[in-house]
Ligand binder design. Sequence first.
Ligand SMILES: Cc1cc2nc3c(=O)[nH]c(=O)nc-3n(C[C@H](O)[C@H](O)[C@H](O)COP(=O)(O)OP(=O)(O)OC[C@H]3O[C@@H](n4cnc5c(N)ncnc54)[C@H](O)[C@@H]3O)c2cc1C
Length: 480
Amino acid sequence: MPAPLSPAPTVPAELIAALQTLLGPKGWSMDASVLEQHNREARGKFTGAADIVLYPASTDEVAACVRLCHRAAIALVPQGGNTGRCGGAVADNGQILINLGRMNQIINTDARDFTMTVQAGTILHTIQQTAENHDLLFPLSLGAQGSCQIGGNLATNAGGLNVIRYGNTRDLVLGLEVVLADGTIWNGLSKLRKDNTGYDLRDLFIGSEGTLGIITACTLKLFPRPRQIATAWVALESVDAALDLLALARRESGDAIAAFELMSQFAQDLCIRHIQNCTTPLQTVAPWYAMIEITSSRPHDDLTTVMHGLLERALESGFISDGTIAQSEAQRANLWALREGIPPAQTREGGSIKHDVSVPVSSVPALIERGIAQALKRIPGIRPCPFGHVGDGNIHFNFSQPVDMPREVFLAQWENLNRDIHDIVADLGGSISAEHGIGRLKVEELAHYADPAKMQLLKAIKQAIDPQNTLNPGKIVNPA
Ligand SMILES: Cc1cc2nc3c(=O)[nH]c(=O)nc-3n(C[C@H](O)[C@H](O)[C@H](O)COP(=O)(O)OP(=O)(O)OC[C@H]3O[C@@H](n4cnc5c(N)ncnc54)[C@H](O)[C@@H]3O)c2cc1C
């Protein structure tokens, strides 16, 4: 007979009462329908079980909540916009969710320092808009920008569409304010561009997915706003040709590439089938397509001419078989809709198994060729749908279910296919998580593939900074 299950852990009633008193009526919820939203993980791979969500309104309130939970040895799971892809913001029974959404103030924008200081719950799109209102740019850009929070972007070191030009979130931050596991506040809200005073704590918290501290504010880098933009869509015969085109485009544009996105014909077809108003930009049918965007903040640059020259040379060299340049904002929006429509289109097409991986840019063709061959061997009829930020070597190596296979049968192969693809990635010197992080989803994969010395250091850091393991336990690394 199976052993009886131990009773589910619960948050002590006295702790709940103390937190409710501390935060007041706007600062928490135990309403079932509200909790359902916070406990639901977008991909449906995990379901949270928190009985209470906290909404602190200030850094001091975050610190006071953390102190109370630390004393009671109850775990806290930080949550931003809950758009993460790895189950990092999912809380178990007996754990408390702390959502930063009420801490959404822009503290200041400094056009001489080219910086903006904001609270961690500020929505990414609000930050982009505020920068634009000051005739500046905050370049982090991703499909979830209307709902993800900058604290979540920092905690996951989000990548997105402009990494080739501006880097990951890590590269866009100057300072942080963080509440530590015992409730101490670390004020590292610096605007300094140079500061070599010991270990880089900022970089330690960026990408730590809520396991080392709760980020409450940050100072971000701003850039001159682009005044000229040219966007093109091209047809390619191979992934190899995409790399030749990328190298040519970098040279011809003076490294002005802001985005270079690759997608298969299948991915484009899915968008046209499932996403309203998406149309084919080219008559030419090809196995691969790429979207190139170049930008300049110099008002008089003629980027359309630069893009024309680039496409002409790419045609002459045989790198592309066709291409078109957006002639209006509506045409440009259609190109972006084709690119950003791939994940929702794939969802509408049925079950999909996904990988967020990176390899050196030069190894992308080998990754795609070997990955597709292996996937077809494991699941005949599987429909490969690789796409993504090829300029950074980051491929969202997704697969749609075979047409005639039941969804559950296909999804039961998730772990096996992950292992197949991750083995190839490891063999090519790549990473099993390019931009989405580890969360809960990839804890075992990280332990399997990471260098042993790296795992030892990760555990030692977690143990040193959160010895009680009360900050987002079970994510990234298990210290024991
Ligand atoms: C349509 C779509 C497109 C996407 N495109 C991209 C993309 O191009 N590139 C990319 O990198 N990601 C992408 N993502 C994934 C996701 O948007 C990012 O990971 C984002 O950074 C998560 O932010 P969030 O506020 O939703 O965080 P959440 O999902 O709420 O949390 C993510 C992790 O961060 C922790 N966390 C959240 N806030 C804090 C805080 N204040 N302090 C400490 N820890 C915290 C959580 O505990 C969790 O571990 C996409 C997601 C969607 C739905």
